[in-house]
Design a protein around this ligand. Structure first.
Ligand code: ATP
Ligand code: MG
Length: 412
């Protein structure tokens, strides 16, 4: 109880790492706002059934990873493991169907009880988008383009691959499932225990397995593409054509299925080989049945979510903050003036450090430590002349500047 440390799989975010995460979220927001997406913030916990029913009760998240608890009123609640179910719940609760399409984005913490390792925490941050009410492939193209543009803005486009697949409509999914089950039954003895279980409950998940023995079996499994009906094939072809038109390179990955039940048609992942086993940085797909499943009527949906920590880890360069100006009073008389000058400079938009106490030498050392670019020194002589000595801390050059010309001098 008295341990002064955070819970396994959680971490404190600050300094350089936090600056990178902020940049990831800021770049993402800027890009998606250009496409007309607006931010939504939903609660961090929901009724357990919002996730249990909608993510599929055989998914890894629901069977193993959820933080569920009973609150003092006896209600079963769950810390959100992902964003889509909550956003769609909000869409239905607030009757947003009245004004389609709806374009929403979110950013915030998600919670999954899994084995912590590099790029995998129990509390982590996702940024995600949801586009509701568009059935045509234009939506698929647009959200993928948006993801691509965002990673381009982060300077990561050369490091990630767009992998894409189509699960087709319900009819195609059913046809594939039948073929897959009969194939997997022929190889039953070669499967892992988990996959034997999946075969009964949700055979598509076997394709997702990370176990070596399953991977070997999956290599020769029937291909999804061979089970798509004409309409699903045409839909997928249009999506790919749009990506070609926009110059977005992709790789069709026939084995790509997503871990949750609600996907249909287009599914995609942006992956990198730089993060070891945790190579997926962004993932998404179409979820046409989800709104109806929550009682909101037939409304098509598509979206993606990215792991903010994983993306932040890919940013090599430190993010520099603008260098501050340090205001340094010499002697008690100058203290009040220094306070006023600091306030004035901040109002003008500058970052200002006050070296709070100590003699001139100590305060200059503090200014340098704060990486200040200039020191504004106010002594009794300067005070009498209504001016300050402005010292360039890189070159050492110093000159006197009237108080009323300081802003001009320091913003030049
Ligand atoms: P994985 O196969 O790595 O477990 P996932 O399919 O469970 O990923 P999604 O539910 O699609 O992941 O979440 C979207 C993104 O969120 C992932 O691509 C990843 O970047 C990030 N993410 C998922 N789980 C974690 C976690 N535990 N810690 C950090 N980031 C995560
Ligand atoms: Mg996972």
């Amino acid at each position: 109880m008295s341990k002064v440390q955070c819970v396994r799989g959680t971490y404190d975010s600050y300094g350089a790492a936090k600056r990178k995460m902020k940049k990831v979220v800021a770049e993402a927001s800027t890009v998606v706002e250009k496409y007309g997406f607006e931010e939504i913030e939903t609660p961090i916990f929901e009724f357990t059934e919002v996730f249990a029913r909608n993510l599929g009760d055989t998914s890894d998240i629901v069977t193993k990873e959820m933080y569920c608890f009973n609150d003092k009123g006896g209600e079963s609640l769950t810390l959100r493991p992902e964003g889509t179910a909550g956003v769609v719940r909000a869409f239905v609760s607030n009757g947003m169907q009245q004004n389609l399409p709806v374009k929403l984005y979110y950013a915030g913490p998600m919670f999954r009880y899994e084995r912590p390792q590099k790029g995998r925490q129990r509390q982590f941050t996702q940024f995600g988008v949801e586009l509701l009410g568009v059935e045509t492939p234009q939506a698929d193209i647009e959200v993928i383009a948006m993801a691509y543009e965002f990673l381009e803005k982060l300077g990561l486009n050369g490091q990630v691959t767009v992998e894409i697949n189509s699960l087709g409509d319900a009819e195609s999914r059913e046809a594939y499932r039948t073929k897959l089950v009969s194939y997997l039954k022929e190889h039953y003895d070669e499967l892992s225990e988990d996959s034997k279980d999946r075969l009964e409950r949700n055979p598509l998940r076997v394709l997702d397995s990370k176990e070596e023995c399953d991977k070997t079996v999956v290599e020769n499994a029937p291909l999804y593409a061979d089970s798509l009906n004409q309409a699903s094939k045409e839909f997928f072809a249009k999506v790919l054509r749009g990506l070609d038109l926009l110059g977005i390179k992709y790789r069709i990955n026939n084995r790509l299925v997503r871990g949750l039940d609600y996907y249909s048609h287009t599914v995609f992942e942006l992956t990198t080989d730089k993060l070891g086993a945790q190579g997926t940085v962004l993932a998404g797909g179409r979820y046409n049945g989800l709104v109806a499943q929550m009682g909101g009527g037939e409304v098509a949906g598509i979206g993606w979510a990215c792991g903010v920590e994983r993306l932040a880890m890919l940013l090599d360069e430190d993010i520099e903050l603008p260098r501050p100006v340090a205001v340094i009073p010499l002697g008690d008389d100058a203290e009040d003036k220094a306070l006023e000058i600091a306030a004035m400079l901040r109002r003008a938009g500058l970052r200002v450090e006050q070296a709070y106490s100590g003699n001139m030498k100590k305060r200059m050392a503090k200014a340098c430590k704060a990486n200040a670019r200039k020191a504004v020194i106010i002594g009794s002589e300067e005070l009498a002349n209504a001016e300050a000595a402005v010292k360039d801390l890189d070159s050492g050059e110093q000159k006197n500047v009237k108080f009323n010309r300081l802003i001009e001098e320091l913003t030049a």
